[in-house]
Design a protein around this ligand. Structure first.
Ligand SMILES: NC(=O)C1=CN([C@@H]2O[C@H](COP(=O)(O)OP(=O)(O)OC[C@H]3O[C@@H](n4cnc5c(N)ncnc54)[C@H](OP(=O)(O)O)[C@@H]3O)[C@@H](O)[C@H]2O)[C@@H](O)CC1
Ligand SMILES: [K+]
Length: 510
């Protein structure tokens, strides 16, 4: 089974029973397998005879939890059950199984000190959460989150929306989550990383049948896939596949990247993009900027060829790839930036030059009537949620509330490859399933890291399709962020990524 596929919650909810039936199982047996998978995880993280508190909600997530209590007790754990009244038929059957074995149940309305337990099993709410968490659910989730006691969440942390990865008011912050049958987007993007803890997929031995019956939404950008993308180059490319051992190369071999940005006071953005392009292996990098920024950019990084846009416009003719936007400037009265933007876009569209649009490059796109203009199929847009909101005419919160829908809409509107930045970065392109990047660090949420990503994408566009380049770059950037954060997340800055990008680009696998 390909354990990297991601399915919408609707697909999982509508398809899980058919997959189980194809494997000769009924719903109750599937639930029992889910519970067994959770007990196996418990045995790894806290061996018996630990004291566990099992929280059971009204639906089938609660049903899983009732069976967890039963099996954990059989495995010599000391299980205490706190439960809502079971509503679903399966949850009733599962509750009956517990009652036959032990019978003691504490009502969810009561209070209990959680500190006397070693672990909590969270089966309050699963993928059927349908509204904001309130009442006793809210109180219990607050209690768990305020205590230091580790939590194992069944299927998804209670309260987290399994499509958006956003808490419905609030959600359990789990140490571990064991999710059933297949990955859901809400475990992988948005705020998910703050809630899910370590993720385990339990396919309950029906994953293969499920995969055969259902179509996926996307797949996880695994290390293996990313490493392969970092190696792969198009046959017609100037980049030789075995470049590591190739001696007979010149600076044009790895492409000429032209970065356009660096308005007054924003030279740093163009510098970082240029440095990232150099450090990810570009042979030649030109920066076309505002005349006031020329000297500082050239002095900071002498390997960059720096000209004002008016002087260096001919560089566009030589460009293998163009990156438009880092520090370009955006305000209605900034006609220089706007004219530059228009000329560069026209050039790239007419000549089919691969283009990365970032930062103010995206803001000008949102400002333009994009319906009357078409971008080339070799374009990568890299919005963060606020830029995505501007491009789609909605709020940042609306983007975060449904990141999957947002990237799908951006792909449709702009017929381009899209990188929707933010925790759980998504990458997608027309007629392709989405990539979900699980790598990264909150250290990347600082000024300038987006400029670095732009430089990496631009370089990797030489010899790769836009979606391959974008996915490989997102992974490389995320890995560099993780490594940088090993020295302490706080205080990590964008330029800390640069030597790590070089290191990763020279790793033996790619
Ligand atoms: N089907 C299968 O074979 C398998 C299913 N599996 C498991 O089932 C889970 C899905 O089960 P589910 O569909 O019963 O949904 P679930 O998440 O338990 O919640 C629904 C209940 O919660 C209630 N409720 C909703 N929101 C609420 C809120 N904010 N605050 C309070 N209450 C709220 C809602 O009430 P209602 O909206 O009806 O009033 C309803 O009573 C899935 O995540 C996985 O763990 C696995 O065992 C594999 C086999
Ligand atoms: K749960």
């Amino acid at each position: 089974m390909n354990r990297d596929n991601v399915y919408t919650t609707a697909t999982i909810r509508s398809g899980e029973l058919a997959a189980a039936e194809a494997c000769g199982l009924d719903a109750k047996q599937l639930m029992q397998r889910a519970a067994q998978a959770c007990v196996q995880k418990l045995q790894q993280v806290c061996p018996a005879p630990a004291r566990i508190l099992v929280l059971c909600g009204p639906g089938n997530n609660g049903g899983d939890a009732w069976f967890v209590a039963r099996y954990a007790q059989q495995a010599h754990y000391q299980a205490t059950v706190v439960a809502a009244k079971p509503k679903s038929e399966l949850a009733k059957q599962a509750a009956a199984a517990w009652s036959e074995a032990d019978g003691r149940v504490i009502d969810l309305a009561e209070t209990l000190s959680v500190n006397e337990f070693d672990w909590v099993v969270d089966g309050l709410l699963g993928n059927g959460v349908s509204r904001e968490v309130s009442g006793h659910y809210q109180r219990w989730i607050e209690t768990l989150n305020q205590s230091a006691i580790p939590v194992l969440s069944i299927d998804i942390p209670s309260g987290l929306d399994s499509d958006s990865g956003q808490p419905q008011g609030l959600a359990v912050r789990a140490r571990d989550t064991v999710t059933m049958i297949a990955w859901k987007p809400g475990l992988l993007t948005g705020a998910a990383a703050d809630y899910v803890g370590r993720l385990t997929l339990a396919d309950l031995d029906v994953g293969r049948a499920f995969e055969q019956q259902q179509s996926r939404l996307g797949h996880i950008l695994t290390d293996n896939v990313a490493e392969r993308l970092l190696q792969v180059t198009r046959a017609d490319s100037a980049v030789h596949p075995s470049k590591a051992s190739q001696q007979n190369v010149h600076k044009g071999t790895y492409g000429h990247i032209v970065i356009i940005g660096g308005g007054p006071g924003m030279a740093g953005a163009a510098i970082l993009a240029g440095q990232a392009a150099l450090r990810s292996g570009a042979g030649k990098v030109s920066v076309l900027c505002h005349p006031d920024s020329r000297a500082i950019i050239a002095q900071t990084q002498p390997e960059l060829m720096v000209e004002s846009f008016a002087e260096g416009r001919h560089r566009l003719e030589q460009a293998t790839v163009v990156a438009l936007g880092p520090g370009l400037g955006f305000s209605p009265e900034n006609s220089l930036a706007q004219d530059t933007w228009r000329q560069v876009i026209s050039h790239c569209v007419e000549r089919n030059v691969p283009l990365v649009l970032d930062a103010d490059g995206l803001n000008w796109l949102a400002h333009a009537d994009h319906r009357s203009m078409s971008l080339s199929a070799h374009t990568v847009l890299t919005p963060h949620p606020a830029e995505a909101g501007r491009l789609l005419g909605c709020s940042t919160a609306a983007i975060q509330n449904d990141r999957v829908r947002a990237i799908q809409q951006l792909i449709e509107n702009f017929s381009s490859t899209i990188v929707l930045k933010g925790a759980g970065t998504l990458v997608g392109a027309p007629q392709q399933s989405l990539w979900f990047c699980r790598r990264g660090s909150s250290a990347l949420a600082t000024a300038g890291t987006g400029d670095v990503l732009t430089g990496i994408i631009a370089t990797l566009l030489v010899g790769r399709t836009p979606v391959e380049a974008a996915a490989a770059a997102v992974w490389l950037h995320a890995r560099a962020g993780e490594i940088a954060a090993l020295d302490g997340e706080r205080g990590t800055i964008a330029s800390d990524l640069l030597p790590l990008i070089r290191q990763l680009r020279n790793a033996p696998n790619y």
